[in-house]
Each structure stands twice: as C-alpha cells, then as structure tokens.
Design a protein around this ligand. Structure first.
Ligand code: THU
Length: 131
C-alpha cells in the first residue's frame, strides 16, 4: 500500500470522528508487517479526559485482532496541517512500532512527509525498564 493509499484510508476513518466538544477530527490508518490495514478516529466524551485519540483507536483494533506490530501509520486531521501524535499516543505506539516504523502525515500546502517513529519519540519508557 502506498503512502497515498494509507493517507486516504486515514481520511476515510476521520469521517467517523466523534468530536462534539473539540470539533477537531483525526483519522489514523496503520499497516502491519503482514499487510493488514486497521483504521481509527478520535472518540470524545462528555467527561473530556475519557477521549480516545484516533491513533489509539486504530492500535486497539489491530492488537485486539491479534496484530503484534506496526510498520507504518498515517495520521491526518481536519486542520489540513501536519498532525503529530500526542504524548500518550507516542508512548502507546512505542509498544508496537517495528524497528524501522514510520509515521506519515500530510499538509495541504507542504505535501506528504514520512518520519521515522524513533525521530519523534527516541527514548520511550519500555519493558526494558521493568526487568
Ligand atoms: N487527538 C487525536 O486523535 N490524536 C492526537 O494525537 C492528538 C489529539 C484528538 C483528541 C481530541 O479528540 C482532539 O484531537 C483534540 O485534542
């Protein structure tokens, strides 16, 4: 699947965003090493802290379906600008991202960017610390 196709899957997932509070829609689409696609949107709640980000929705769907790792994840939002994952999502992503996993984003002016996950979250808390 190309970056374009993965971004388009993320935009499609974004249409389902439940965002009555922020009105900020986010969509995510990830690919596993065996080429399975999982998508997600953000889901807000009247108890604001209970909101779930799009990335974690997609990851929960993938992991609960038996996926062990993620090779690429596209993240888009209704802002039309690059939308970087929040800190909680970076930590959750760090649990499942493959060694050379990348995030893919799009800005309607600047185009598509692909960034190694390790670049945006270089030193995660990990299971190594729990030994
Ligand atoms: N949001 C995401 O879905 N992913 C992120 O990485 C950043 C923030 C959502 C949460 C909330 O529904 C809205 O964007 C505004 O914070």
């Amino acid at each position: 699947m190309t970056d374009r196709e993965l971004l388009d899957a993320a935009y499609k997932a974004m249409e389902k965003a439940y965002v009555p509070y922020s009105r900020f829609k986010v969509g995510a689409a990830l690919i596993t090493p065996d080429n399975k696609l999982y998508t997600g949107c953000n889901i807000e709640n009247s108890s604001y802290g209970a909101a779930i980000c799009a990335e974690r929705t997609a990851i929960a769907k993938a992991v609960s379906d038996g996926a062990g790792s993620i090779d690429r994840i596209a993240i888009v939002s209704s802002s039309g600008e690059f939308t970087y994952p929040c800190g909680i999502c970076r930590q959750v992503m760090s649990e499942f991202m493959s060694e050379d996993a990348v995030i893919i984003m799009e800005d309607c002016q600047k185009g598509i960017t692909e960034i190694p996950f390790k670049e945006i979250y270089p030193k995660p808390f990990s299971k190594d610390s729990l030994k």
